[in-house]
Write a protein that binds this ligand. Structure first.
Ligand SMILES: [Zn+2]
Length: 372
């Protein structure tokens, strides 16, 4: 398979490379307890081995869902994440360790390496990039199912547009504070003769637009690791039903549960809504990139700039930046620290500037040190 994206991290040829042929662990033994579970069985396990799931976001929920799917034996995982590991992630992002945080390793690649240590018999593709309208078709590729593990509604509405357009199922999941929420989206089939499942509401059926104004994030409201793991557990269990051909068993509600108060609520999502702009009128405004900002606040006092797409020569950049502050780089990213800001530059020219929420300041730092 060809991967043309410059952000794709190829599997190295060293000993950590996954190779189903060399894998000394017998799959019958490895998956024996899951095969014993009547809902999966040997036939279900065989289907999981053939399945391909794309996980968008590899933070807390994405890492947990990736770990669960990898251990369950889903044959191919695509992981997409734009961010790098930081010390504040270690409290809940279960695939990462202290060395990852000290190196500021990109999360998708750190997750791929960690999964290879406990299941080398599956294929994991890691993409260090921001999911945008221009790359969503290429990156999600031939996956059967898309799992949302993002931290923003902009990307969720993009996934919803794409999934409805392509009639590809996706599963929303979110966690904040002690609260977890998740919803299965089974889009209308492309044609009636192609119906493989009973369609549900889409995200836009319930909420026609992304929330406006400030949205609570784990950087502002805090988060319990248990809420993350609950969201991931429910999301992955629904995924297992789908991948083993049991979509009729999938929950048809938006479920939310507060682990601290034990309050639970469900909103029915049994059917697509007549008049929904996305699934009824097939208007894909997020997929067409209308009104999509190139500069976004991305929580924890930082701004992401992704309007410049060009390859970056890290060694040359290091020489240029060294007189102005502390510079470190590896194959995947370069970090430039100049009090009170830290600028993290990725190989495609995308940057995250920490230490400000002022877009003007971020843009001027980028222009001054990286180039406009
Ligand atoms: Zn809809």
């Amino acid at each position: 398979m060809q991967h043309t994206s410059p952000e794709f991290v190829p599997t190295p040829a060293s000993g950590e490379a996954s190779s189903p042929i060399d894998n000394p662990i017998d799959n019958q033994e490895r998956y024996s307890r899951q095969i014993l579970f009547p809902g999966i069985g040997a036939a279900g396990q065989a289907r999981l081995a053939e399945a391909h799931v794309c996980i968008v976001g590899c933070g807390a929920t994405g890492a947990a869902s990736a770990a669960l799917l990898a251990r369950a034996g889903v044959g191919t995982l695509t992981l997409i994440d734009r961010d790098f590991v930081e010390p504040s992630n270690l409290q809940r992002q279960i695939l990462f360790d202290e060395a990852d945080a000290l190196q500021a390793l990109p999360k998708a690649e750190a997750a791929r390496r960690k999964i290879a240590q406990f299941n080398s018999g599956i294929e994991v593709r890691a993409y260090v990039t921001d999911l945008v309208p221009g790359n969503i078709a290429g990156l999600t590729g031939t996956s059967h199912l898309i799992l949302d593990a993002t931290d923003n509604f902009e990307t969720r509405y993009l996934i919803n547009d794409f999934a409805v357009q392509q009639a590809r199922p996706w599963i929303y999941a979110a966690a904040i504070g002690a609260y977890a929420a998740t919803m299965n989206i089974l889009p209308l089939p492309a044609s009636a003769s192609d119906a493989r499942w009973e369609p549900t509401s889409c995200l836009a059926c319930l909420f026609s637009k992304p929330p406006s104004g400030p949205v609570e994030t784990c950087d502002t409201s805090g988060i319990l690791s248990t809420a993350v793991n609950l969201a991931a557990s429910i999301q992955v269990t629904e995924a297992l039903k789908f991948l083993t051909g049991q979509s009729a068993l999938m929950r048809r509600t938006l479920l939310s549960f507060d682990l601290w108060t034990s309050e639970r609520s469900e909103i029915a999502t049994a059917k697509p809504r007549k008049g929904c702009a996305v699934c009824d009128h097939r208007e894909f405004s997020h997929l067409s990139g209308e009104s999509r900002p190139h500069i976004t606040l991305c929580g924890r006092n930082s701004v992401q700039i992704h309007e410049h797409h060009r390859p970056v020569d890290f060694a040359a950049m290091r020489d240029r930046l060294a007189p102005h502050g502390r510079v470190r780089f590896n194959d995947l990213l370069l970090r430039f620290e100049r009090e009170p800001h830290t600028l993290t530059l990725f190989a495609d020219g995308r940057a995250i500037i920490q230490g400000t929420t002022d877009v003007t300041v971020a843009r001027s730092l980028y222009a001054r040190f990286i180039g406009s």
